[in-house]
Design a protein around this ligand. Sequence first.
Ligand code: GLU
Length: 499
Amino acid sequence: MNQNPIKPVRVRFAPSPTGRTHLGSGRTALYNYLLAHQTGGQFILRIEDTDQKRYNPESEQELIDSLHWLGIQWDEGPDVGGPHAPYHQSQRKEIYLEHATRLVEMGHAYYCFCTAERLARVRQVQQKQKIPTRYDGTCRRLPPSESAQRVKDGESHVIRFKTPYEGSITVRDRLRGEITVENENIDDYIIVKSDGLALYHLAAMVDDHLMDISHVIRGSEWLPTFPLHAHIIRAFGWQEPDWIHLSIFLKPSGKGKMSKRDSSQLMKDGFSIYLTDLKSLGYLPEGVLNWTALMGWSYDDHTEFFTLADMVEKFSIDRLNPSPAAINFSKLDHFNGLHIRNLAIPDLANRLQPFFQAAGYEAEDEKLVQVTPLIQPRIVTLEDGPEMGGFFFEDEVNPKPEELVGKNMTPAESAEAAQQAFEILSKLTQINQETAEDPMRALAEKLGLKAGQLFGILRSAVTGRTISPPLFETMAVIGKETVLARIHQAVETLNKMEG
Ligand code: GLU
């Protein structure tokens, strides 16, 4: 399948499971997956759980479920294993410590014994002087033999990266080109905490190297520390991966990033930025993937419908757009509708089944397969399914009497029209579009009615609703006997009405 001349890549999605899995993570995972599949390379899932205080096992499960739901599978990872296991960073503590020690030995990092109180005082003074707040270098100046002795004596310490004081560093992002930063603006970041656990800055660089990662596709929240990361890699003398920092997502208004409050408001409107919510709101993974893929990537200026397989074929890094993208939920509805209509009937029926059940309908498979083509063109989400087609599974429809009255008609006229329809329909062997539509149009004409007036009466009588899938196709699924019983019932109701 892969005729792409590009060398197989090794890419990774490296989430920190500390909260719920949102669109941004889904998109990062997707782009990594696409590049791996397009080039015949590998996609790795690495769990960055070094921050044990914030790590949440439920988040990890939700993450895995969300990716499975999207249909994004990985070649190496915690559950599937691989040549670079373990894939949980919390299980790789010694590897990072060993590398941090090497940096210290090479003179690129140092032990720091400063207490939190001392660091707070330094920060206060710097703030007062209105100079950038950063580590003041006290422990950087300690003779290495003294530091080593203090570590040996068991004094509490962290390890800091020794960023050069002078000069500048130039890094290259595939979407933004070269970025040059003065080293004096880069702090001596902590790379190993006092509990011996490495921080992201070190752990991710070490893992990317050891796991032979060729392209790092990650969120642009890492742009500020990108130069530090390059410093770390260069200090080891390793080759840097290709760096790609993706665009950020903005609120639908385009003003600022999404907050927690924005999310709960969204949920009230039937939307969410969380993948498991989108699943329960009835969005298809295909719709969500198509929608998120295009928030930051385009194939050309007009193609908008993509399946995962299409995207594997057509994705390219060079068409990623680094500009922030406002989340547009009406587009999600649009894409979801397109993908709903793209599904084969049995597949769509299967996916609708749990939504019918949740709405209280025992939607048996055979009938649901008949109903599905009628609602397929009319629903935006799977959740709309029972709303649009639930009445097919109801024994009684109970229309409101006033809704049985035709437009600009009296109840008596409506009863008469319904009765005549009853008589004509009862003579048909089967009621469906072909057998019933023409006779019903002819009847309307004979009665001096518009077709819509008669059809409105029949629709309310047979479905209990004023909006439904096409009337005669609906009647076909409901069946002659029930259709006639309901029209008969409607005639009786109309006859009891005044006027
Ligand atoms: N653990 C980091 C995060 O969740 C990963 C960033 C990266 O891909 O390197 O933001």
